[in-house]
Design a protein around this ligand. Structure first.
Ligand code: PFF
Length: 460
């Protein structure tokens, strides 16, 4: 299968998979979820979800991809027949829909970056209304989102090694350096330690069922689980690699970046006496206001922050685009360049109603009513394909492993490239979680989420 391409080695795969995991989810979503859910209490539950669910599900996805060396649909069909192929299709559809909105938000970050370096935010006083106007102004955003998609498509068109792996190996270290530099700066601000305390000292009384829903959803979003992104990337690694240790490194990197993003943002928010529960506007409203108050350093710190956000988003959008691209190249034997162009354009067009749903067009902005509020198309797509869809994808994958592929074959795949795996504690741990804990927990959470979200029924 030489023509499919491959990651050159373990580091290449880890950089790309960690690049997929580290994204808007870590730097935009994690801090506002934490801020809305009581700070350290959320962080604690989130960490538990990463260990008990996130990491084992990631190992499951990678092993299915590596075993079959096929795209999401091809992999499930090969091991489970036509019916299980539907789970692959679900992953591909989710990736397309998810990317269509993710790219809109990446466009916001790109817009802020360009505006800051162009000095366009220098005289802004009210960042709340700037944000509201900005996301409604599609004449502008159209081009930022299109630009972001074009950069994504360019990288993916260059292939697994020359495109995705090379970009990830440059962007990921750059991201780490910027992040550490910004944290160093944020710690020098007055009252920074109040933010650190809010973030690190848990109030256990804050933990509710909502904390658990949100933490689980965040773990899936952040680790890129539930839509076969890692089945796809896993299909490009060699049989000599150790899947368990690679997945562990990806999980640790992703968790570390989310953790560090919190360490960057909460001291900044508290230094200005602002509220951390600002919601999705946290990094777009609160932070620019803070940057504006930093004098000469403001534009530099601001530009670096939004560049960081763009880099993080880019290594994720490339992994999302790769899911349908691998499918079309594998199954239909189309040329990569043509597939990339066609898919990127299609995804961009699908994203337009979401882009228009942030105030530009009333019909899309107030599209449906549930969970006690009107929902914009962008929220609905995230609700279906992220909050509900990703844990569902993870749940079905565990059922697939237990009932169709079988634990024995799963274990054998993991032992390939990892001679000490059989009989190890890790084997027992993964087998227990994937056979009992994950399906039970994810199944229950799925039902509770649907009841709560769409029927306003909650039991706790
Ligand atoms: N993990 C990415 C983030 O945290 O922003 C989002 C993502 C990428 C989710 C790829 C799913 C995926 F397949």
């Amino acid at each position: 299968m030489a023509s499919r391409g491959n990651f050159s080695n373990r580091i290449g795969f880890i950089a790309a998979a960690a690049g997929s995991a580290v994204g808007l989810g870590n730097i935009w979503r994690f801090p506002y979820e934490t801020g809305e859910n009581g700070g350290a209490a959320f962080l604690l539950i989130y960490l538990i979800c990463m260990v008990l669910i996130g990491f084992p599900v990631m190992v499951g996805e990678i092993s299915i991809g590596r075993h079959t060396q096929l795209n999401a649909f091809g992999a499930y069909k090969k091991l489970g027949g036509q019916k299980w192929g539907l789970l692959g299709y679900w992953g591909i559809l989710s990736a397309i829909m998810f990317l269509s909105v993710y790219n809109v938000i990446a466009g916001w970050a790109f817009a802020y970056f360009i505006q800051i370096i162009g000095g366009l935010l220098a005289h802004t006083k009210d960042f709340g209304s700037h944000f509201t106007n900005q996301i409604a102004d599609v004449s502008d955003l159209f081009f930022y989102s299109l630009g972001f998609m074009a950069i994504t498509a360019f990288i993916v068109s260059r292939g697994i090694q020359k495109g995705i792996e090379t970009a990830s190996k440059v962007l990921m270290p750059a991201l780490f350096i910027m992040l550490l530099g910004l944290i160093g700066y944020s710690f020098t601000l007055p009252n920074a330690m109040d933010g650190v305390q809010y973030y690190l000292v848990p109030e256990l009384s804050e933990i509710t069922v909502k904390t658990v829903y949100d933490a689980l959803g965040q773990a899936f979003f952040s680790l890129s689980l539930g839509m076969a992104a890692l089945v796809t990337y896993g299909s490009y690694i060699s049989k000599n690699e150790n899947i368990v240790s690679s997945a562990a490194l990806v999980t640790i990197t992703d968790t570390a970046v989310a953790f560090l993003a919190g360490l960057l943002i909460f001291p900044m928010v508290f230094s200005q006496g602002l509220s951390p529960s600002e919601g999705p506007g946290l990094v777009f409203v609160v932070l620019p206001g803070i940057f504006a108050s930093l004098g000469l350093m403001g534009p530099i710190i601001g530009a670096l922050f939004f560049l960081l956000l763009c880099f993080a988003a880019l290594t994720s959008t490339i992994s999302l685009l790769e899911i349908p691209v691998t499918f079309l190249v594998d199954e239909k034997k189309f040329s990569r360049t043509k597939v990339v162009l066609g898919t990127a354009l299609l995804v961009f067009l699908i994203g337009i109603p979401s882009m228009l749903s942030q105030g530009a067009v009333d019909f899309f902005s107030n599209f449906l009513f549930y969970e006690g509020k009107t929902k914009a198309v962008l929220d609905i797509v995230f609700d279906i394909f992220s909050d509900v869809g990703l844990p569902l994808g993870g749940f079905l994958m565990t059922i697939f492993i237990i009932s169709k592929w079988k634990m024995k074959n799963f274990n054998q795949e993991l032992a390939t490239g990892n001679p000490t795996y059989m009989g190890s504690f890790m084997q027992k741990y993964l087998n227990f979680i994937l056979t009992y804990f994950a399906p039970a927990f994810l199944g229950i959470m799925f039902v509770l989420t649907i009841l709560k979200k769409f029927f306003d029924i909650s039991f706790f």
